[in-house]
Design a protein around this ligand. Structure first.
Ligand code: CP
Ligand code: NVA
Length: 299
């Protein structure tokens, strides 16, 4: 049976650990002459812009010997009201796997429901599971383990934060999220959180003694109309040198990128010694390679 990745909850603890370790192995081994996905096709259907997710999936598929087809919505008949169902059924006849970036989580769920091929959520308004999987690769690479670490999330309770919460539910690591009032993660995502997941309003409380400090933009794709209000409401939530100084001496600072220096993160921090953001970006490619292998070959 095909397997989709629509949220982190589609994977169990062993599957996540397996993907992380395989991602690290692929990185360590470097380029391979093996082309296990020769003849396979990955569709990338994106309704929102992307630099890293698109290019890292294309590069990963290329390294595995397969091809990718980039499908922006405007170029497909979905822009002229062809249904998700018909699109899913047709694309399943041509492609072997489809990664989709769109607004509503329901759209990727509907696509997965009708597609005979694996569907990967490449970001929705609600979740960004691939991001967190590759971020866990980076944390394991830097810290050697995912156990006994305090992870801090500073900023918006958004799609990336939601996927962090899902990962903490499955892997049980300590996650402290500091979000301004009105920007908490959705109640349905927080529901069922154990004691390892804490929500606070003070960024210092989250950052104190953290092994990992993570942030993301204050204005996500699709929220541009709220920009003025958000810039006001997020004051005090910038990841800057004084906040990072509260973390452990070897704290790593992560950001899924794209970043806005001077808003959610200061230039000194993102370009400074604690930042791992460019290794983090690279690791998306290694993780995507591991994920494509799992969905198409290993199961
Ligand atoms: N981190 C991430 O998903 O980046 P892109 O929006 O550039 O794909
Ligand atoms: N929260 C951001 C993540 C970008 C990778 C957004 O949705 O725009």
């Amino acid at each position: 049976m095909k397997k989709d990745l629509l949220t982190i909850r589609d994977l169990d603890r062993d599957e996540i650990s397996g993907l992380i370790d395989r991602g690290l192995e692929i990185k360590r081994d470097g380029r391979s002459t093996q082309r296990p996905l020769s003849g396979y096709s990955l569709g990338l259907m994106f309704d929102k812009t992307s630099t890293r997710t698109r290019v890292s999936f294309e590069a990963a598929m290329g390294r595995l010997g397969g091809q990718t087809l980039f499908l922006s919505r405007g170029d497909t008949q979905m822009s002229r009201d062809e249904t998700v169902k018909d699109t899913a059924m047709v694309l399943s006849r041509y492609l072997d796997v489809l990664a989709m970036r769109t607004y509503s989580q329901e759209t990727v769920e509907e696509m997965a429901q009708w597609a005979a091929i694996p569907v990967i959520n490449a970001l929705t308004d609600q979740y960004h599971p691939c991001q967190i999987l590759s971020d866990l690769v980076t944390i394991k690479e830097k810290k050697g383990t995912l156990n006994d670490l305090k992870m801090a999330w500073i900023g918006d309770g958004n799609n990336v934060a939601h996927s962090w919460i899902n990962a903490a539910k499955v892997l049980k690591f300590e996650l402290v999220l500091a979000c301004p009032a009105g920007y908490y993660p959705l109640p349905e995502v927080l529901k069922g959180s154990g004691e390892n997941i804490k929500l606070v309003e003070d960024p210092a409380e989250a950052a104190r003694d953290a092994h990992v400090i993570n942030t993301d933009v204050w204005i996500s794709m699709g929220q541009d109309a709220e920009k003025k209000q958000r810039l006001l409401d997020f004051q005090g939530f910038q990841v800057n040198e004084s906040l990072v100084a509260l973390g452990r001496p070897d704290v790593i600072v992560m950001h899924c990128l794209p970043a806005h220096r001077g808003e959610e993160i200061s230039a000194e921090v993102i370009d400074g010694p604690h930042s791992v953001v460019f290794d983090q970006a690279e690791n998306k490619m290694h993780l995507h390679q591991a994920l494509l292998e799992k969905l198409l070959i290993k199961g």
